[in-house]
Structure formats: structure tokens, C-alpha cells
Design a protein around this ligand. Structure first.
Ligand code: AMP
Ligand code: MN
Ligand code: MN
Ligand code: MN
Length: 310
């Protein structure tokens, strides 16, 4: 019988623990916006999934994470995902390492939160006219600071107005839907400025999900970098491999760092999880956002230079 092949594991010279592999999930949600879970749940899930760096990036809300817990295996990053406008397009800009106590940022986020509540109030009026009452009080009783269309979708399903979330968006909440109300988001330059004022790194979220052709996407990236944008997400769930490659080229062309994130919302959605997204290949990882000059200033638990990138 053949002997089992030897398994070679690289051990760092100063300890007998395997060298840690950088796994940065820099985009996820909690119940402060439209995620289903508490920040504590998402943090524990990240640890279970061997994530080394976790940014919680709720829609239009940023609250301090429990850094004081002092996790040895996980670096927590205060973040946010701001809904904003570029020309007529709604885009999302993630802010990493933002100071959640910064007044410039919090002023912008409070305005967005008020506009979100006003939008739900308008949707509530339309829904009442269709015969279903109680949307706004139901949503205000939730832990969410930022009310989203996902919350409305859940209410529609719970009240048997539609069978599932997808139908809720298709029939009621999308642009052509019966309850559609246009959102009043800030301009993308304001979002980027607020993130930078709070000491953060602005990253364009999921660029492949916008209904834009290549010319438009290039133009967006020109405007984003001119406004102070510094990174783009090049890896997120369900990204097509050719889009992944195209985003790498765009990042190089526009001098942007590459970010990675799951956009996790719900553990019951089995196609997504904290830390689950295609890993950047070795060449792409050279542009990883963990090489940004301010990353190391914040990262006092595991200096990135000593981490092996995937
Ligand atoms: P809002 O920012 O309030 O417009 O809500 C947008 C959120 O709704 C997104 O962040 C997604 O989480 C979710 N969403 C958008 N479109 C869909 C869809 N077709 N099906 C399910 N969820 C969606
Ligand atoms: Mn969402
Ligand atoms: Mn988004
Ligand atoms: Mn998101």
C-alpha cells in the first residue's frame, strides 16, 4: 500500500502556527440597514469563516464597531455604503476606515436617513391607497437606522401582498413598480468628500451591477477618481469572470486599488456568506486595497506586509 502523500504546510519562523492568509471581506450589512443580523452575529460569522479583515458597510449608516473586543484573528473596519447619484445613475460608494464620529460624514448620513424615512412614508401612502396599512410604523419599530426597499419588500411578503421578495421588487418596488418612489440621494462628489473628511477610503461598489455600457463605466471612473475615489470592488458574489478581468484592467487604467467583499445580508440566503467571493489572483492582489498607504496606519493587529495574499 502506498504511503499517504506528505502535506507541506508553511509555518512562520516565529511560531508554530500556519502563516495567516489575508481574507478581507470589505462589504457587508447588518440590521442597522437591510441586513438580517446584528453586528455581533456578522463578526462571529466572519471569524468562523476565517476572515482576517471585516468592514461593516451598512447603507447610509456608520456606527462604531466593538474594536475594544481586541480580536486577535480579525481586524474590524468601520465602514459605510452610501447611495448616491452620478449623472442619472444611482451608484453605491463604500467608505472604508471612516471615523464614525466625524460630523461631516454624520451630517450627510442623517440627511440620507431622513430622505429614506420620507420615501417610506410616501410608499406607505401609496400602499394604503391600495388597501394595506401600517408600513411606516412597522418599519420604524425595527432596529434599522436606514430604512430600505428591502424592508418594504419584507412587509409586503409578511402581509401577503406578494409571494416573495423578488416579486415585491418586480411588481411594486422597481422603477416601473406600483409603489415606486424616486430616491433623493446626494451627488457622488458629496459622498466621496464626506468619506475622505472622515479619514476613509472611497471605493466604488459592485461596478458590474450598474446598467452601463463600457464607455459609461469608463466615464464614471474618470469622474469618481477626479472626485477623490481610490478603489473599486473587483470581486463580489456572482461576478462574471470576464467582468472580473475587465475591472482589473479598469483599475489599472484609472490607478485604483482593488477591493473585495461579499455584500452579505442574510445567512438564510445560502448563495452568499461572509467571506464568500472569488479570490483575487496573485497579480491582481498586488493592487489590493490592503496596499493603500493608510491601511497599515489603522491595522495594528496584523501588518499586511507579513500576510500572504491569496
Ligand atoms: P434601497 O437602497 O432602499 O433602494 O434598497 C436597495 C436594496 O434592496 C439593495 O441594497 C438590495 O439589498 C435590495 N434589492 C435591490 N433590488 C433587489 C431585488 N431585485 N431583489 C431583492 N433585493 C433587492
Ligand atoms: Mn442592501
Ligand atoms: Mn450596493
Ligand atoms: Mn451592499
Amino acid at each position: 500500500m502506498l504511503a499517504a502523500p506528505l502535506k507541506i504546510v508553511w509555518y512562520s519562523p516565529c511560531s508554530l502556527r500556519p502563516k495567516p492568509t489575508l481574507k478581507a471581506d470589505l462589504h457587508c450589512h447588518t440590521h442597522l440597514s437591510d441586513g438580517q443580523h446584528t453586528p455581533a452575529f456578522v463578526i462571529e460569522r466572519a471569524r468562523a469563516n476565517l476572515v482576517t479583515h471585516l468592514a461593516i458597510t451598512d447603507h447610509d449608516v456608520s456606527q462604531a464597531l466593538p474594536q475594544a473586543m481586541g480580536y486577535q484573528d480579525l481586524k474590524l473596519i468601520n465602514g459605510v455604503e452610501i447611495s448616491c447619484l452620478w449623472e442619472a445613475f444611482e451608484i453605491h460608494i463604500v467608505g472604508l476606515f471612516v471615523d464614525p464620529t466625524n460630523t461631516h460624514l454624520q451630517t450627510l448620513l442623517s440627511t440620507q436617513q431622513v430622505r429614506r424615512r420620507e420615501r417610506v412614508a410616501q410608499i406607505d401612502a401609496k400602499l394604503t391607497a391600495l388597501g394595506t396599512t401600517g408600513l411606516l410604523p412597522n418599519l420604524l419599530a425595527k432596529p434599522a437606522v436606514a430604512l430600505t426597499r428591502s424592508h418594504v419588500a419584507d412587509f409586503l411578503v409578511a402581509n401577503n401582498v406578494c409571494k416573495n421578495r423578488q416579486k415585491a421588487f418586480k411588481t411594486y418596488l422597481n422603477r416601473s413598480g406600483k409603489l415606486f418612489v424616486a430616491a433623493q440621494w446626494c451627488d457622488h462628489t458629496e459622498a466621496t468628500r464626506a468619506i475622505k473628511a472622515a479619514g476613509g477610503i472611497p471605493v466604488l461598489a459592485h461596478p458590474g451591477r450598474y446598467a452601463m455600457n463600457k464607455t459609461k463605466l469608463n466615464r464614471l471612473l474618470e469622474c469618481f477618481t477626479a472626485a477623490g475615489g481610490e478603489g473599486l470592488e473587483a470581486s463580489y458574489p456572482n461576478i462574471a469572470p470576464d467582468m472580473n478581468q475587465y475591472l482589473m484592467q479598469l483599475a489599472e487604467k484609472h490607478g485604483l486599488y482593488l477591493s473585495t467583499g461579499s455584500d452579505f445580508h442574510d445567512a438564510a440566503a445560502h448563495w452568499t456568506d461572509v467571506g464568500k467571493f472569488p479570490t483575487l489572483d496573485r497579480a491582481a492582489a498586488q493592487r489590493g486595497i490592503w496596499h493603500h498607504p493608510t491601511w497599515g496606519q489603522h491595522d495594528n493587529t496584523q501588518p499586511p506586509a507579513r500576510l500572504k495574499t491569496l
